[in-house]
Design a binder for this molecule. Structure first.
Ligand code: 13P
Length: 251
């Protein structure tokens, strides 16, 4: 039995007062504090301390959008996983398509990030997904398979056990286009097969696979009804308390 996880990726949005309003609304919603569901918010790094203190008395978890794979050193402007840990961060996104395409993070770097997060007892949420061009050429499954394989085959079973994977088709991110629930299910099942192949079937069965890409209150329930969709990674709709709460309630 996999506990659903709904994660809000705020991306580069927010300011102190808006964050406080949003987090206060989430904390005061009883439906987000149940054991049957895990809820996570990933604010920009500079607001992690603010979120850490506002979420202190709640079950809502804190996630980071980014960090550097080294634990310390001459990496001006970067933040290390152990630093995130000090601020109550329990999850971190790795391999988001915006990091892959805009910041040239490749598979080797992403594997190092996963390992650094795991060493700091932070759960990496490994994001994978094909571009529009790859999707149109019918290469979606192949691309996703390769992205999953490059990380999973290099981790030991205990490490894979501590992983979450998010399938985010790049063509569905911020575009209003969503994968159909059936297509999402097909890709999620393939991801689970790949993980079983490179680790162990029982680990693959327990692995949570989130869907991301224009998830909204209107489409969340149909996606969550799919057997291999274990939650969502929500961008735009996570900035609006009512929308994010409605998505969580659908999980
Ligand atoms: P949207 O929900 O805005 O499409 O963003 C998805 C995403 O990239 C979450 O990480």
């Amino acid at each position: 039995m996999r506990t659903p996880l709904v994660a809000g990726n705020w991306k580069m949005h927010g300011h102190l007062s808006a964050n406080a309003d949003l987090l206060t609304a989430l904390v005061s919603c009883a439906d987000l504090q149940t054991k049957a569901l895990e809820v996570l918010v990933c604010p920009p790094s500079i607001y992690l301390a603010q979120a850490h203190s506002l979420l202190a008395a709640s079950a809502i978890q804190l996630g980071a959008q980014n960090f550097h794979p080294q634990n310390q050193g001459a990496f001006t402007g970067e933040i290390a996983a152990p630093m995130l840990q000090e601020f109550g961060v329990s999850y971190a996104l790795v391999g988001h398509s915006e990091r892959r395409s805009l910041f040239a993070e490749d598979d080797t770097f992403l594997l190092a990030k996963c390992q650094a997060a795991l060493s700091a007892r932070i759960t990496p949420i490994l994001c994978v997904g094909e571009s529009l061009e790859e999707y149109e050429k019918g290469q979606g499954l192949e691309v996703v398979r390769a992205q999953v394989t490059s990380v999973v085959r290099a981790l030991n079973p205990e490490e894979v056990q501590s992983l979450v994977i998010a399938y985010e088709p790049v063509w569905a991110i911020g575009t209003g286009l969503t994968a159909t629930p059936e297509y999402a299910q097909q890709v999620h099942a393939e991801i689970r097969d790949q993980v079983a192949h490179w680790s162990e079937p029982s680990i693959a069965q327990q692995l949570r696979i989130l869907y991301g890409g224009s998830v909204k209150p209107e489409n969340a329930a149909a996606l969550f009804a799919m057997p291999d969709v274990d939650g969502a990674l929500v961008g735009g709709a996570s900035l609006d308390a009512a929308s994010f709460i409605a998505i969580c309630q659908a999980a």
